[in-house]
Design a protein around this ligand. Sequence first.
Ligand code: PLP
Length: 439
Amino acid sequence: MTHTLVYPITSLHNSAGHLEIDGCDVVDLAAVFGTPLLVYEEETIRDQCRRYMAAFREHTDDFEVIYASKAFSSVAVDQLVMEEGLSIDVSSGGEYHMARVAGFPAERIFFHGNNKTREELEYALCGGVGSVVVDSFQELALLEEIVAGRGGSQRILLRITPGVEAHTHSFIETGQVDSKFGFGLADGVALEAIREALAAPHLDLVGLHAHIGSQIFKLDAFRRAIGILVKLIGQAHAGFGFECRCLNVGGGLGIRYTVEDAPSSIGDYATVKVEGVREEMAAMGLPMPRVLIEPGRSIVGKAGITAYTVGTIKEIPRVRTYVSVDGGMSDNIRPMLYDAQYLGMLANKADEPADTKVTVAGKHCESGDILIRDAVIQRPEPGDILVMPATGAYCFAMASNYNGSPRPAVVLVRQGQARVIIERETYADLVAKHRPLRD
Ligand SMILES: Cc1ncc(COP(=O)(O)O)c(C=O)c1O
């Protein structure tokens, strides 16, 4: 039987009392592949892709769902979303490379970034990248120069910063006025960017883009951003005949990490995005463009869990109990970076009551390396397999080798079968690029 990960995840236990994900016993996976281990449920990723496609199809035939691969970039998952008919967004030459190795057709790739280098641009153009989302005046000039030198024309969108507050953590809010990304509206900057892009002989300005932030629950911010973007389109149309063929309204849909989290549905998100564009364009007397969206977190976030092995347990009477695991900030920086909240559970005691309040600590040499403060889990002992659900987005993607930690292995599970999609790094990998002081 296949199922997609649902909350409470503790309900997914087998007759041994172990957490089971699509027919795979997580305790067995930990024994076979080691810990820390990232486990993705293939069916959940496919299901999220299908939900997006179906939800947008209900509103329009002219849309594109683009997987924001920064959430989790890997050859296998890029292939999986490609099979589901999504396009892909990359934010570096490296992510572009992974998408190409995955076999993504270059024309279905959108290239983002606020500081793309000449080398990155040349690499992507050489492969025939579909669209470049231009972020600055310097990039406009650089791109025009490169394309002129190569001959031909390049499709571009301009990234606009609509000045909308997105009710999320400031580090993942990207659409406000004070942002390193994109062209702001103040002082006619965005309008000027459109004018310059239209005048560039080798650039084909097909539309605009805005991404206002991530882990957003309230849809009204998206709606406001659309209103602002379409007003700009109207001004550029009136001013210099700009025809917006594609409007990329970003990603940003939040997911459920904790019991309190109440994200909007993909259906409501699609309604706000497509009908918002339709209403605003109609009010402006302009034709409906192709609607593009770029979800990342909501495609892979809840599909992934991380399994750790419990090591030392330190009880400080009347203060707290620290339960240390064999990973931490090197495989999940989000709690330190954004104060991100997670739930925890013991995979080998999934059928036991969660009645013990502990703080789950990482193994790194930083006091702040805390994965979950005040988690309520089953009674822990060394050797238990502690699982954090919903670690599929922005965890492995931000993993580091801090404290000489090899990056964990990643497996994809489906109908009782597990397949390694990223091998665990070894100590040899850690020094593979190092060179000694002397020969
Ligand atoms: C330009 C752009 N598009 C899409 C995304 C994906 O956002 P999310 O993972 O919240 O859907 C991001 C992430 O912040 C982004 O910067």
